[in-house]
Design a protein around this ligand. Structure first.
Ligand code: PMP
Length: 326
């Protein structure tokens, strides 16, 4: 397939990249699914397209309609691109604490950005709930609802999971991933487990997230600390994550994830964001636990270009007590 049909045709089918130095070091084959190569720049292009195509198929979204979502991150960017490509209006509701960079980017992509006060999820004025109500009040509109709309994980089952299985020719021992909505981990884990039950599924959690305890003890409970990683970690078990077959979990502190981002840049030539640092650091830990000779796949979620003012800003890192080398 040399030619992709528009933006949407270019979503997915990303390369699986062998991380050469880390593979050499561990004696395992550590492979990263290059999601930063999606046309909107992140793994969330897949979820955005899955949610929109499912709504179209169900007749919930018709030509000229509106897509509403509460998100400050990659999902909003993916939705804005796809709305442009399909002729939809895109409304993004975000908490006012989000950086101007993100608001500007979404506006440049043509999304209508509505900022609301930053209040917790249980508050009815939380940005996600505002997005839901806004969509309800509009004709021919959907609330993307990436956390609990299982079209998200189904999209990853159909594409990301199937691609990993095909690209490794079924020779895969473990899949390791952090989760935000749970879409990536749930979709890929389900696909791989259906093919071979013994493939190990490992959740990588940033500090402060409740999912490590959920996997190990059955109850979500926040771990200690607070991570700089954006888009991953959760205080609750989303509908996308519910029922996912997960064998193990580990917590990756920023002190490990950040140096890994810089190693990927300097040693592998890959410019990625901090959730990728969490994923790859976790994949290396899994490689060490399993021992040499195993094949481990993880996700390279997005590119580093979205994080100049933070992860790639030495003064900001120092303020957080973090350093580029571990
Ligand atoms: N990394 C980044 C940078 C993200 O924006 C997201 C999405 N929130 C993830 C990882 C996690 O993906 P998912 O929502 O599929 O769990």
């Amino acid at each position: 397939m040399e030619i992709s049909d528009g933006f949407i045709g270019a979503v997915g089918n990303t390369p699986l990249i062998r991380l050469r130095r880390l593979s050499e070091e561990t004696g395992c084959e550590i492979l990263g699914k290059a999601e930063f190569m999606n046309p909107g720049g992140s793994v969330k292009d897949r979820a955005a397209w899955a949610i929109i195509r499912t709504a179209e198929r169900r007749g919930e979204l018709r030509p000229g309609g509106t897509v509403v979502e509460g998100t400050a991150g990659n999902t909003g960017i993916g939705l804005a691109h796809i709305c442009n490509a399909r002729g939809y209006r895109c409304v993004i509701v975000i908490p006012e604490t989000q950086s101007q960079e993100k608001i500007d980017l979404l506006a440049t992509l043509g999304a209508e950005v509505r900022t609301v006060p930053a209040v917790p999820y249980r508050d009815p004025n939380n940005y996600q709930k505002v997005a839901g109500r806004l969509a309800e009040g509009l004709d021919n509109a959907i609330w993307a609802n990436q956390f609990d709309n299982t079209a998200n994980r189904d999209g990853h089952y159909e594409t990301t999971g199937a691609e990993i299985w095909r690209q490794t020719e079924g020779r895969i021992d473990a899949f390791v991933s952090a989760t935000g909505t749970g879409g990536t981990l749930a979709g890929v884990a389900r696909y791989l487990k259906e093919r071979r039950q013994s493939i190990r599924i490992v959740l990588a959690d940033p500090a402060g997230s409740a999912l490590y305890n959920y996997v190990l003890h059955g109850e979500p409970a926040a771990s200690e600390g607070n991570s700089i990683s954006e888009g991953i970690g959760s205080s609750r078990v989303t509908d996308n994550l519910k029922g996912t077959p997960i064998d193990d979990a580990l917590v990756v502190p920023d002190q490990e994830a950040v140096p890994m981002v810089y190693r990927l840049l300097r040693e592998e030539g890959l410019f990625v964001g901090s959730s990728t640092g969490v994923n790859v650091a976790a994949a290396v830990q899994v490689a060490r636990r399993l021992g040499p000779g195993h094949k481990i796949v993880t996700v390279l979620c997005d590119g580093g270009g979205r994080y100049y003012s933070r992860l790639f800003n030495a003064a900001w890192l120092a303020e957080k007590g973090l350093a580029a080398s571990g």
